[in-house]
Design a protein around this ligand. Structure first.
Ligand code: UGA
Length: 430
């Protein structure tokens, strides 16, 4: 099939790459000329394992091309995906300016029946607005259908998630559009849910909010476990083996971040409010998340007391491993607070330091974890990269000024750390 993807962020670029890899002809559109030039040169603007290879392979086979022109993309395609960002406004609601502008430009360039698919995460009822917009700005005789097809891929494992989805959600009132999308995704062999647009849009917000709720639940448990002398990992494992609960997304730590959960939970709270429902459960999820980083900061202060003039080594800046993404990374909040207390910071992250430099000034960026540890009063773990799990801890101990590790991601076994002679603090464990 001929597919156009508008927006080359994580979702758009990965979707475009994977659809091209499945044999479709894909045209990716972005209004950022620099990004399009980079992609044409074979460079990938984001770090996502496996993405560069797929793009290179599909480009060589002429299955994917790039343009800044929506008109060109729409005219060349049967299915047009909207995958532009929907950032949070200061009041927490989703900013749909880009979706609206794209819908209008798509409408102005419709030259025959097309299926317009919304892949951006949007509040319920956006599909209706997109359809209204397209009707308003397109030629009267032209036919089109609108579909909501939310995306569930995770950064860092986006390619795997796209090829092995747990489910594919297709929200539309049109049987013809539902059939076309089912055919498009047929090679993936995943359960397909065909539903109305509003339900599809809610499925996305509800899924992310529920996962965030699991994380906040685990973080609340970590607080109780610390007070009770219990181990949160044992507790969540014991709970999670009940298949009705499940073991995933129950890792306590320093709270969720990234470009999705914080934005989507607050957008869901906001849209619920607009619909006349006060989603207090989710407000509490957000509060627990904010508190978790305060609690970790206090843990550092309790361990090290006065921070003024102390050098701290930080391992991990990205909001999670296998990505270079710094959006809403808990490290940003924590490092800001440590700097305000007068600490000096030596930091290392395997992928995100270029992006971190744009946001975090006044810290020293290191070339490996050992350099971050050298001469530091303590080592603080903020992202659970495998590289940190596999470090030579004896060497780290020798490099640190004091053998103190404060671990926000529970990556080491507390008993082993004690055996090695570390003062070791983690989250919800003893
Ligand atoms: C999330 C969802 O998992 C995807 O299904 C969804 O498609 C995506 O948002 C989106 O809406 O685009 P992502 O933000 O890439 O994906 O990352 P996650 O792996 O979900 O992690 C989110 C945050 O939760 C990270 O800060 C991570 O450290 C934290 N987390 C995750 C925990 O603190 N504990 C856990 O047990 C799991």
């Amino acid at each position: 099939m001929k597919v156009c993807i508008i927006g080359t962020g994580y979702v758009g670029l990965v979707t475009g790459a994977c659809l091209a890899e499945l044999g479709n002809t894909v045209i990716c559109v972005d209004n950022d000329e620099k990004k399009i030039e980079m992609l044409e040169r074979g460079q990938v603007p984001i770090y996502e394992p496996g993405l560069e290879e797929i793009l290179r392979n599909c480009h060589a086979k002429d299955r994917i091309r790039y343009t800044t022109s929506i008109a060109e993309g729409v005219k060349a395609s049967e299915i047009v995906f909207i995958a532009v960002s929907t950032p949070a406004r200061p009041d927490g609601s989703a900013d749909l300016t880009a979706v609206a502008a794209v819908a209008r430009e798509v409408a102005e360039n419709l030259d025959g029946y097309k299926i317009v698919v919304d892949k951006s995460t949007v509040p319920v009822k956006t599909g209706e607005k997109v359809a209204e917009t397209i009707r308003r700005y397109s030629a009267e005789s032209v036919e089109f259908d609108v579909v909501s097809n939310p995306e569930f891929l995770r950064e860092g494992s986006a390619i795997y998630d796209t090829f092995h989805p747990d489910r594919i959600v297709i929200g539309t009132a049109s049987e013809k559009a539902a059939r076309a999308l089912t055919d498009l995704y047929q090679p993936l062999d995943a359960p397909v849910i065909i539903t109305d647009i509003n339900s599809a849009e809610i499925i996305k917000h509800a899924s992310n909010s529920f996962l965030a709720t699991k994380i906040s639940f685990a973080n609340a448990l970590s607080r109780i476990c610390e007070k009770a002398g219990a181990n949160v990992e044992e507790v969540t494992r014991g709970m999670g083996l009940d298949k009705r609960i499940g073991t995933q997304f129950l890792n306590a730590g320093i709270g969720y971040g990234g470009s999705c959960f914080p934005k989507d939970v607050s957008a869901f709270v906001k849209i619920s409010e607009e619909l006349g429902y006060d989603f207090r459960l989710l407000k509490e999820v957000e509060r627990i998340n904010r508190e978790q980083i305060d609690f970790f900061f206090e843990k550092i202060k309790q361990t090290l007391w006065i921070l003024e003039g102390k050098q701290l080594g930080i391992l991990g800046l990205a909001f999670k491993p296998n990505t270079d993404d710094m959006r809403n990374a808990p490290s940003l909040v924590l490092i800001d607070r440590l700097l305000k207390e007068g600490a000096s910071i030596k930091a290392y992250d395997p992928q995100s330091m270029d992006k971190a430099r744009e946001e975090l000034e006044g810290i020293q960026y290191c070339s490996d974890p050992y350099q971050a540890a050298e001469g530091s009063e303590a080592l603080i773990i903020l992202t659970e990269w495998n590289e940190f799990k596999e470090m030579d801890l004896q060497r780290i101990k020798g490099l640190l000024h004091h053998p103190i590790v404060i671990d926000g991601r529970n990556i080491y076994d507390p008993a082993r750390m004690r055996e090695l002679g570390f003062t070791y603090q983690s989250v919800g464990r003893f």
